[in-house]
Ligand binder design. Sequence first.
Ligand code: 4AD
Ligand code: MG
Length: 436
Amino acid sequence: MEHDAKTTVLIASVGRYEGQEVAVCGWVMHKRSSGRVRFLVIRDGTGVIQATLVKGETPDNVFDEYAKLSQESSVAIFGQVRKEPRATGGYELLASGIKIFQVAAPFPITPKEHGVGFLMDRRHLWLRSSRQWAILRIRHAVIRAARRFFDDRGFSLLDAPILTPSSCEGTTTLFETDYFGEHRAYLSQSGQLYMEAGAMALGRVYCCGPTFRAEKSKTRRHLAEFWMIEPEVAFADLDTVMDLAEALVCAVVSEVLEQRGPELDVLERDRRKLEAIRPPFPRISYDDALRRVRQAGEEISWGQDLGGGHETIISGQFDKPVLIHRYPIGAKAFYMKSDPQRPEVALCVDMLAPEGYGEIIGGGQREDDVRRLKEKIQEAGLPLKDFQWYVELRQYGSVPHAGFGLGIERTVAWICGIDHVRETIAFPRLLDRLYP
Ligand code: 4AD
Ligand code: MG
């Protein structure tokens, strides 16, 4: 934007203009004064900078404009960029002019404490706080790093449909909708089945998009709408995907450490915890996990899926993510392949994040035998005709194949060190939250 022929710069790159006159466009976070000096702290989404006004040096009309400004007023500030080690970001603007776009009405979110319900109702405004800024920037880095990881390894991006005719992860958590008055459609729980078709066409594929679960769970780990990145690989087995999942999580964490330092600082995240995320990750069997849960004094019978409390016990024993493989077949979805050495367990894997964040990845090797797959669909009580296309994938050059899904929000919650997934997505959809 043109402002009296001054260059408009982003706060993140203001350091390149030291000594020069520039314009910065943004919103007022707060004002403060100390003796002859007035400070105006501005954010533009790329960073935060303070503008300084000095009595006797700064023109009087600039002070007049300053006096009008309320929190979240939108402005352009003109001034010289100066090094100021004491200021956030290391630079300040010596203000020589202020252009007001709008003086904001009293902003409902002030620096004092607010309840979560109050903030959630104002999520559209809450996004402007430093904490939300930091989380959403880290979320972007996580998605970008994960996608790049697959792009660099010969995977093709294949977008999965969101409206689907049938269930992927079980019928109890489906959101149903009318489809042109003739059929019912469901919001996709996972792109996996379509990725399997894609893997047979393109070899290695992944999707990254929203998925839906109509779960009535009100926990800090569950959203009704969440994002998943799901790779699927032809000619692959359980070990292939365990290796892939481990390498993916390491790549994502190291990219966040490299590129999102200031954001981790805003969240006061202990970086040493993230720096410890290096291969190899511990890999234990479900049976071993069960022993650990029992040793911790919890009762659990063989065959039961691990609950949140069990996961916390296990992940608390390691400072890295832990891979748990070979769950009982009955505890997992119909598409899992049985272990030929031990048919009662599935060739599947869950990855639990450290620090009690729970499961961030679920996946494994898929049933590739036509007859067994049909039986499994029927045993799960699912209508075979809905899965005709999926069964056909096993009739035309079936191959061992495997994949997994990484939940973006749980991964972001863990990396950020925050206690609830509701802050890891811009507009969370929860059991009791559809607005804004
Ligand atoms: O373990 P899930 O249900 O696995 C699948 O959907 C497979 N079809 C994926 C695949 O193999 N392609 O979900 C995978 C991950 C979980 O580990 C968790 O991180 C996340 O998705 N997730 C949720 N995140 C937030 N809210 C929910 N309700 C979630 N359900 C699963
Ligand atoms: Mg799972």
